[in-house]
Design a binder for this molecule. Structure first.
Ligand code: EPU
Length: 337
């Protein structure tokens, strides 16, 4: 089977920050067979760089590795029973399209994760989360291809080391694993997840919100607060919300009244990075062609023609400022290449 390998590919259309970069070689995979051919052919000549929707990556230079663009399509209900439904998506399926499709099939459970950019295969990589739900809460398994061994394996939740925006795929051991398929389990009876304050506010007038109500509310909130990557280059939240000791939170509260903190277990508190960055006056600011979104302090944007380096420069300035004022080191959420 011949694989289509393109050389010197412009990556601007393939990353949601819309920053310039080139890939030395790019191969698009449409099914498992092509993936196996690639693993066989390049067994000794990796490494690879896997790309899904390009919505969580900041390119600051050209990509030297063979870039593997996963375009494996297909969605289906594998099994339905009184306990719930097992549903599958090819790794290249658009995540939001998959969420909408499950609802159209009468299968609620993913509605809180509506409108998150990226692909089904990208969802477990960073354990996407929003409005009180994380992918791990609905995760069943992934089919992966180990590019070094050329073997297909199925991995379940305990194998994946899920954490806050974290999984095995972000660790050294996960670097050679190419995700082919994602399976989620949508349990019955369905129970709405409504703890998130913004969601409660938006649905305050609805007596018993259905999954479709929640879906619409999440879409509305995201459209209001987060810039649309199709219009303004961005990669969603640029910083993770920092998790600190309760004691430090109490100290900070003395100086910064109103600093939001949410219990994160084991005597720890998750702080709002957006609040901190906003408080330091960064919201809406620009540095060259990079900027902080006027609608949300966690989102860095390409105001037009910015390079990845320029966006990184702004992120580093913000990080320094937060370190100086709050004594907290912010972590970046997207992968910086
Ligand atoms: N806030 C500000 N200024 C702002 C924005 C927010 O002060 O400009 C404060 C407000 O007090 C608000 C609080 O920050 O109540 C939290 O804001 P928001 O509800 O927007 O959530 P977030 O913690 O900033 C996280 C995720 C988002 C996810 C939302 C909703 C991270 C890093 N980000 O943001 O995920 O959509 O919660 O659940 O965990 C992403 O990962 O790319 C992403 C967008």
């Amino acid at each position: 089977m011949a694989l289509d390998i393109l050389e010197s590919v412009d990556l601007r259309p393939l990353n949601t920050f819309r920053v310039p970069a080139k890939a030395r070689a790019l191969v698009a995979l449409h099914n498992r067979e092509e993936a196996l051919v690639l693993a066989e052919r390049e067994k000794d000549s990796g490494p690879y760089f896997f790309l899904g929707g390009g919505s969580n990556i900041l390119f600051t230079r050209d990509v030297e590795e063979t870039l593997v663009k996963v375009e494996i399509a297909g969605k289906r209900i594998v099994e339905e029973g009184p306990q719930g439904a097992l549903v599958e998506a090819g790794a290249g399926e658009d995540w939001h399209g998959f969420v909408a499709w499950t609802l159209s099939q009468g299968l609620p459970g993913l509605e809180n994760l509506a409108l998150i950019p990226g692909t089904a295969g990208g969802a477990p990589v960073q354990n996407i989360g929003a409005y009180g739900l994380e992918l791990k809460d609905r995760f069943h398994s992934v089919e992966v291809l180990d590019m070094k061994e050329g073997k297909v394996r199925v991995l379940e939740a305990p194998d994946l080391h899920f954490g806050y925006r974290h999984s095995l795929f972000k660790e050294e051991k996960g670097k050679d694993l190419l995700i082919l398929k994602l399976r989620v389990f949508l349990p019955l009876p369905w129970a709405p997840v409504l703890e998130y304050p913004d969601l409660q506010k938006t649905l305050a007038h609805v007596e018993q919100p259905t999954a479709k109500d929640i879906f619409s509310a999440v879409v509305a909130i995201r459209k209001r607060k987060l810039p649309d990557p199709a219009v303004v280059g961005n990669g969603g939240s640029f910083f993770k919300n920092p998790v600190v000791e309760e004691g430090l939170y109490q100290e900070l509260l003395k100086e910064y009244r109103g600093l939001p903190g949410y219990p994160a277990g084991e005597g720890k508190v998750k702080l709002s990075a957006a609040w901190i960055i906003d408080r330091l006056g960064w919201k809406g600011k620009t540095l060259g062609r990079a900027g902080v979104a006027p609608s949300h302090a966690l989102v860095l944007i390409n105001t037009g023609g910015a390079t990845g380096q320029e966006i990184l420069e702004l992120a580093l300035r913000i990080r320094e400022d937060v370190q100086r004022s709050f004594g907290i080191r912010l972590e970046f959420e997207p992968t910086i290449y």
